[in-house]
Write a protein that binds this ligand. Structure first.
Ligand SMILES: Cc1cc2nc3c(=O)[nH]c(=O)nc-3n(C[C@H](O)[C@H](O)[C@H](O)COP(=O)(O)OP(=O)(O)OC[C@H]3O[C@@H](n4cnc5c(N)ncnc54)[C@H](O)[C@@H]3O)c2cc1C
Length: 506
């Protein structure tokens, strides 16, 4: 950052005051808007108030990864976060990371996996609409990404599960089953490096030499009503997440996603940074692919720890409707499951049913027991009693489970073709979790290259502008596979951070 003589703040003082996590301290209370020059003309401020070599917008997985890498490559970095707390969706995430190999997976006796098989799964779920070279990079570098996180102090469980849409067990789970485990380690790394992370700093404009030409110059920030013009000497990394909480925007692309349909996302997932990038010529892709998480709490739409269970349990559970009947291959991807609920069943909820025998294989007993205590998970000694408690048909579930158990014995799901059925449902107590789709992930976003450079409408790179994470589009095509968003954010966040420092300084 530049010397801040006009505010009596030196660079060193600035960093000391705002240091990582220094919520909202910078500039606020020091500089009123009267100290700030107005824009000389549309798009370019006459004077900058602050400067950094690299400006990162967003403090989720992608932004933090970019900031760490940019700093490690020697750059002067600042992270801007509009919310009072860092982390965005990443902090409330389920902590599931798909990687075709890892030091954890190598210790387990699991079917062989490879970047090619992982890519194939991603493309199949994505209806082959994925930008293949982006998806390929995520698949290949997912392994490096998880090692980077482990080295940073993130702890994963020593099991690896097969989650919906994946043909291999490759989903790693953080020990507290939360993305907060990862964000915490990243924030520590940010703090150790002295990178300023400025919360309550909302980016409201991105400046470029001219609206559709030249390199990016910096941003306008709103800090509690004060304007700050921040110059980005080398470049800007856009890592501001998706737009699941912006009802108007999501309805523009998918009209049935009205305000009646809740979202699993944090309130800040509103997509304005993507729109700001579009104002300076950035192009987007596949904005009409928006994912619903099929297993959210039907009452609130929230993806809590209990709602993760149906996603990690498919090989050990069944999903049933009000008649106690299965309605889908539980190992299908999220779009297949959500479509089967919304368009097939038409009324909420549906339920995940499992027994006592394998709980530790797909979740923790603590989560299930707490769910029972909170009334989120239903528990009963018989299937009939479970059905009565939940409100689905007792005779139907009995018949369904008997048939399912026979198919487990044969090893073939004759009804829905589920490729892996690991256990019968027969050991009491039995459990049921109600579930219903909630808006979860915006697959579309800014068009980027493999090097995380943002492209313009002519397919040309916008100099100095990089993007990573859910703000980008194309990696996942029509459907993001569960547990592939974290590797996407980490892989492209790191790439953006390494590449942005290569630019010549303004
Ligand atoms: C409940 C939940 C559980 C999930 N579980 C998993 C999982 O287990 N595995 C998996 O792979 N994926 C999961 N996902 C998806 C994954 O968490 C997200 O795709 C990922 O966190 C996105 O990271 P990001 O860094 O791109 O954005 P975010 O983590 O959302 O961070 C973006 C940040 O940018 C900030 N921001 C936005 N606009 C501005 C602005 N104008 N100025 C400044 N800052 C701004 C936001 O406030 C936010 O803090 C889950 C998602 C949710 C919602």
């Amino acid at each position: 950052m530049a010397e801040e003589k006009n505010r009596g703040l030196t660079r060193r003082e600035f960093i000391r005051i705002v240091g990582a996590g220094g919520a909202g301290l910078v500039v606020g209370g020091v500089a009123g808007s009267r100290l700030f020059p107005q824009k000389a003309k549309a798009g370019v401020p006459s004077k900058w108030d602050q400067e950094a070599e690299v400006v990162v917008i967003g403090s989720g997985f992608a932004g933090l990864a970019a900031a760490i890498e940019a700093r490690d490559a020697g750059a002067d970095v600042v992270i801007l976060e509009k919310m009072p707390h860092p982390g965005g969706n990443s902090a409330i995430n389920g902590g599931q990371y798909a990687a075709w190999t890892s030091r954890i997976r190598k210790k387990l006796n699991l079917p062989e996996d490879s970047p090619e098989i992982m890519l194939q799964d991603m493309m199949e779920a994505g209806a082959n609409l994925n930008w293949k070279e982006l998806a390929q990079k995520v698949a290949e570098e997912s392994a490096d990404g998880i090692e980077w996180l482990i080295d940073m102090g993130v702890q994963f469980m020593d099991t690896v599960i097969q989650a919906g849409g994946h043909s291999r067990p490759r989903t790693h789970q953080t020990v507290n089953m939360s993305g907060g485990d990862i964000v915490k380690a990243q924030l520590n790394a940010v703090k150790d490096r002295g990178i300023p992370l400025l919360t309550e700093h909302k980016v409201v404009q991105i400046f470029r030499e001219s609206p559709n030409e030249g390199r990016v110059l910096g941003v306008e920030v709103d800090h509690k009503g004060e304007k700050i013009f921040l110059k980005a000497k080398k470049g800007i990394v856009l890592a501001a997440g998706g737009f699941s909480r912006n009802v108007d925007l999501r309805m523009k692309y998918v009209p049935f996603l009205t305000s009646e349909i809740p979202s699993t996302n944090h309130p800040g997932a509103t997509g304005e940074v993507m729109l700001l990038a579009m104002e300076i010529g950035a192009s987007t892709t596949q904005l009409d692919w928006i994912q619903l998480y099929p297993f959210a709490d039907p009452k609130t739409g929230v993806l809590d720890k209990v709602a993760v269970v149906p996603f990690t349990a498919p090989a050990y559970c069944i999903y049933v409707d009000k008649n106690g009947k299965r309605f889908v291959n539980e190992l299908a991807n999220r779009k297949v499951c959500a479509d089967a609920q919304i368009f097939g069943l038409g009324e909420k909820p549906s339920w995940t049913v499992f027994d006592n025998s394998s709980i530790e294989k797909f979740t923790s007993r603590k989560i299930v027991d707490k769910g029972v205590a909170d009334g989120r998970v239903l528990k009963a000694e018989t299937l009939e009693e479970l059905a009565q408690k939940a409100g689905f048909d007792p005779a139907g579930i009995k018949e369904t489970v008997e048939r399912y158990n026979r198919m487990v014995e044969k090893g073939v799901d004759e009804d829905f073709g589920k490729p892996s059925m690991k256990a019968k449902i027969q050991e009491p107590p039995f459990y049921a979790i109600p579930q219903w789709p909630s808006v979860h992930h915006t697959m579309g976003g800014l068009q980027i290259t493999k090097e995380a450079q943002v492209l313009d409408l002519q397919g040309k790179v916008i100099p100095g502008l990089y993007a990573a994470g859910e703000i980008t589009g194309g990696v996942h095509g029509a459907v993001r596979l569960g547990s592939v968003a974290i590797p996407d954010c980490i892989v492209f966040g790191r790439t953006a951070g390494r590449n942005v420092v290569e630019a010549e300084s303004l």
